[in-house]
Design a protein around this ligand. Structure first.
Ligand SMILES: [Zn+2]
Ligand SMILES: [Zn+2]
Ligand SMILES: [Zn+2]
Ligand SMILES: [Zn+2]
Length: 270
């Protein structure tokens, strides 16, 4: 597989297709950071080209290049495909520092736990079988995952479309083979169901924004602007207020409630 096939190509040609990714806190638990308490203030996260101090509101199309840059950066350092890096970084709230530490302490274990082992360690493909194990047909071309499990194009398309219709959890979907924990990625989506790719990528962006400690969706209904902090300290400071021009509302960039200085977010929640 060539490098270019691993590249993210975010193209939001149709605004309607990504109109449903903000802002649903109901599945926040999925995004909880599970562990790595040894470094409570990981030097974050990776919005390096947002140079201005403080908080800025950016449209999704300006945040996507930041996400791509994070991925390319980590891909270069780790030498694993971007599709896997996205999964690895998500696990550590997009802190490259923590990912590197975890990765170098036991990369095999981490890759297996997160379902990207085969993608990072591709095995040479065996001779392709002709019969799809889902529909038992043998007249269609086959699409294989890096783990070697392959299914026909028709079954793949159905699998991908079903996964995406389930909503944001589609980015956690594993290989159609029972008991295989390898994650499906945008690579399979692009090949099997290209019409579904913009939706899949909008869920990836949503996950980036929600799992990244420096970003937060505007709480305005249906608004797709993203509050971006230049640093953790900008996010923590007392005047971390974001203002969305589109919605004409101000909110705390950290908790998305109304500005509440001098009380901090925890006090407010109480
Ligand atoms: Zn099939
Ligand atoms: Zn598999
Ligand atoms: Zn807004
Ligand atoms: Zn707050």
């Amino acid at each position: 597989m060539s490098d270019s096939e691993y590249e993210y190509e975010y193209e939001y040609s149709d605004a309607d297709e990504c109109s449903d990714y903000p802002v649903d806190d109901s599945d926040d638990d999925d995004m909880e950071w599970d562990g790595v308490n040894d470094n409570p203030n990981p030097s974050p996260v990776i919005l390096g080209t947002i140079k201005e101090a403080g908080i800025r509101m950016l449209p999704a199309e300006d945040v996507i290049p930041e996400m791509k840059r994070c991925l390319e950066d980590a891909t270069e350092i780790l030498g694993v495909p971007a599709a896997a890096v996205a999964v690895l970084l998500r696990e550590y709230k997009w802190s490259k520092e923590i990912l590197l530490e975890k990765f170098y302490s036991n990369s095999d274990k981490l890759e297996k736990k997160l379902g990207v082992y085969a993608r990072c360690n591709p095995v040479p493909m065996k001779k392709s079988s002709k019969t799809c194990k889902i529909c038992y047909d043998d007249e269609f071309p086959m699409i294989a995952m890096p783990c070697g499990h392959e299914f026909c194009t028709g079954c793949w398309k159905e699998f991908v479309d079903n996964a995406i219709s389930e909503g944001p959890s589609c980015i956690q979907k594993t290989c159609p083979e029972a008991n295989c924990s390898e994650l499906m990625s945008e690579i399979e989506v692009r090949v099997a169901a290209p019409n579904s790719l913009p939706k899949f990528e909008s869920y990836q962006l949503r996950s980036f924004v929600e799992s990244n400690t420096l970003t937060r969706w505007c709480p305005g209904p249906g608004c797709e602007r993203i509050a971006c902090a230049s640093s953790t300290s900008a996010m923590e400071q007392a005047n971390n207020v974001a203002h969305c021009d589109l919605c004409d509302i101000s909110f705390c960039a950290k908790c998305a409630e109304e500005p509440h200085s001098p009380a901090n977010c925890k006090d407010l929640a109480r």
